[in-house]
Design a protein around this ligand. Structure first.
Ligand code: NIG
Length: 389
């Protein structure tokens, strides 16, 4: 604790997500400033900035809450560039490709896994991500899943045990035995390093009863629940996630009317992962139908070597506005406050007194540039807990 104050001043447009500023959906302020001390926001205002020990003049640029990427798989070995190239030539995405990464991950050393995940985290920070969730899921033995979570724990508090990603080759035809392992020995070894439990509810992965058993076991072990749901087709995942009170149902590419009604009536965030739909040539989710019904959405990267090899939340925002018909305000809310809600966090995703000093300074004064100027570097700096990266 230094007690040193810093003021970020001359902010042309400040997105706060703070309901006390009743300006648009995102609590937008003009000609604004933010003061932080010891990594926490002390005060927010407009007009003449107050005195402080240090000053950061952003020259009229736009400032946002840091992006909260609530879904990633950063701990893995190898890549799947060949699989991606084949897909671009017409082959369909199949969940079975996960086993290729499982083999490469098991073969990697701890140092290699940490170095790869650390490099991806740095890349994410350079594009404005200030909080990230990281899943296991490419180890699929008790020792390898726990190892992935120990690596992830060095990079984030929001770690997720995903032993139920797919059934590994050595359990082919013995899925019930694998579910027993996940709920028993594997969970016991992984729970100390995890905040969340997740499962892949999909044809070719795990069915609703298996996912229910796995998530309940995780809940009994003190973990929060989240679920991969309705990625490759319609299925029971979204409604199961709502029934169990999961923090988030992730993907939601295929949403029936009943799924929308369940999400709108429940407490579960729909986490959209549009870079996945881009990379797998799937349809994009119908975000408008969900939002019109009163559902809440997050946007996340799903960074992984198979279905979505990007850490860029700006890219996800561009897709959400261009291809999912979200407004820029809705997309920014989803990538910040929505991600925080999907992680059940109240200290991030908002620019407000007491929140963590996580800010993104854009090169521009207008966030529509995420879509209007796609692919160009728009992040001037990323501030995490008051430190600039
Ligand atoms: O969220 N859906 C399951 N898991 C990842 C895919 C991982 C992979 O293909 O390696 C996803 O898309």
């Amino acid at each position: 604790m230094t007690g040193m104050s810093t003021v970020v001043e001359n902010i042309g447009r400040l997105i706060t997500n703070d309901a006390q500023f009743e300006v648009g959906a995102t609590g937008e302020l003009r000609d604004a400033w933010v003061v932080f001390i010891d990594g926490l926001i002390e005060s927010v205002g407009t007009g003449h900035a107050p005195p402080a020990d240090q000053r950061i003049d952003v020259g009229g640029r736009c400032v946002l809450p840091g992006f909260v990427d609530s879904h990633s798989h950063l701990v893995f070995g190898g890549d799947r560039a060949d699989e991606f190239a084949a897909r671009m030539a017409g082959r369909a995405y199949e969940a079975g490709g996960i086993r290729t990464t499982v083999a490469a991950t098991r073969a990697a050393t701890d140092d290699e896994l940490l170095a790869g995940a650390t490099a991806l985290l740095s890349e994410a920070r350079r594009s404005g991500t200030t909080t990230i969730e990281i899943k296991s899921g490419y180890g699929l033995t008790a020792a390898n899943e726990a190892r992935a979570l120990r690596v992830a724990r060095q990079l984030t508090d929001d770690t997720t045990f995903l032993g139920a990603h797919v059934v590994p080759a050595e359990f082919e035809g013995r899925i019930d035995d694998y579910v027993t392992l996940v709920c028993g020995e594997m969970l016991a070894e992984c729970a100390p390093y995890a905040r969340w439990i997740d499962a892949f509810c999909e044809r070719g992965a795990f069915d609703a009863d298996q996912c229910r058993a796995i998530l309940n076991a995780g809940h009994d072990a003190g973990l929060g629940m989240r679920l991969h749901a309705n990625q490759l087709g319609h299925g029971p995942g979204v409604q199961l996630a709502v029934e169990l009170g999961c923090a988030s149902a992730d993907h939601c590419t295929y949403l029936s009317d009943d799924d929308i009604a369940a999400l709108a009536g429940g407490d579960t965030i729909a986490t959209f992962l549009p870079a996945t739909d881009f990379s797998t040539r799937q349809p994009y989710p119908d975000a408008r139908r969900l939002l019109a019904a009163g559902g809440r959405a997050a946007l996340a990267s799903n960074c992984n070597p198979g279905s979505s090899y990007t850490t860029s939340i700006p890219f996800c925002i561009a897709l959400a506005v261009r291809d999912m018909n979200m407004t820029i305000d809705e997309a920014i809310w989803a990538a910040t406050a929505g991600g925080a809600a999907a992680l059940r966090r109240v200290d991030i995703g908002i620019v407000s007194t007491g929140a963590r000093a996580d800010l993104v300074v854009l090169e521009t004064d207008n966030p529509i540039d995420f879509v209007y100027r796609p692919g160009v570097p728009l992040i001037a700096s990323t501030i995490i807990g008051g430190s600039t990266f």
